[in-house]
Design a protein. Sequence first.
Length: 400
Amino acid sequence: MSVTPPSVSTRIASIDILRALTMVLMIFVNDLWSLNNIPDWLGHVERGVDGMGLADTIFPAFLFIVGMSLPFAIRARRKQGATPWQLVQHVLVRTVALLAMGVFLVNGESINAAAMPIPRWLWNPLCCIAFILIWNSYPKTLSRSLVYGLKGLGIATLLVLAVIYRGGTPETLQYFAPKWWGILGLIGWSYLASALVVILSGDRLAGLLIGWLLFAVLSLCSAANLIPTGGIFSLIPHAILGGTLPGLAMGGVLTAVTFRHYQKQQRQVKMTLIFILAAAVLVALAGLTRPYWGIAKLGETPAWLFLCSAITLLAFVVIYWIADGYGKQNWFNLIRPAGTDTLLCYLIPYLLYALFRLVNFRFPPELLTGAVGLAKSLALAMCCVFITHGLNKAGIRLKL
């Protein structure tokens, strides 16, 4: 069977598909809390335990894919005439947006319902609706005054929510504040660090490799408690200073740049062999570091960084050959919306759970147990993909 490589100037289907698969799995594992009698290996491993479940591989895969998209996005903006400073400004705006969304959703985890003027379950959907109003890519045919009005309504909603927020206990009420950055915030910090490396390196492989090595060393130093905690170091978010999370994104950057190089030369077999070799080296590094700090998502250990990078890299190789190599992109058509509007798809479960609460809908216990329960969670994830597709067709598409 012949293999026709895609043009490097077009969108790479395999990256979108890998992102879509990762998002479907993220929604799936995030719904496992509602199930009973399911295999332990599907969920997260508890803090302090040396091990990794399926759920512990999803977030790092997403960070890796964030890195894979970066070189293509930045090169496209450079071709449009963007200066380095304009690129940095764009990165900063996207980072702030992700941090803001992360902080609002995180505050929803510790609401003191008795001290709030709205029900606890309304917090997340109101936040998500505000996010959509602010960051929707509105049709150009829509009047500017209406667009600004909708964006302003979204901003006003977030401001009101921040003012009325109360968390903690009745004895120690807490006001709205960054308690931690949440998944979206951690993605934001990782995106910022890796994007700055791409911009400052001029997209050169040597500079990118140095960036990855820097974050890998930081991950090792953080695990060994060798990073000072005071002075200027206290100003750097742990999500960056810890090295592990931006290291995952930088692994994706290196993969994308290598991919682009060999695609241009139409040497896909050599590219595949290099990726397999790189994955083998990463697995070996995970094996070497695991005896010291274990494999732990919550601990952000070096072994977790190396092993999850290897897993995602190999997953990309397989999907590349299926989708781009042999042209079987249609196999993944059902989930494609989760790869092209991933942020919107990520927000849909918050809205669905609120809708269930609003209409007082509960799944029968028979649908929450064992294999049937797993099928229910997978169906929920696919439902989120279909809703995303429908909203896209209706003109709702998030773009930071």
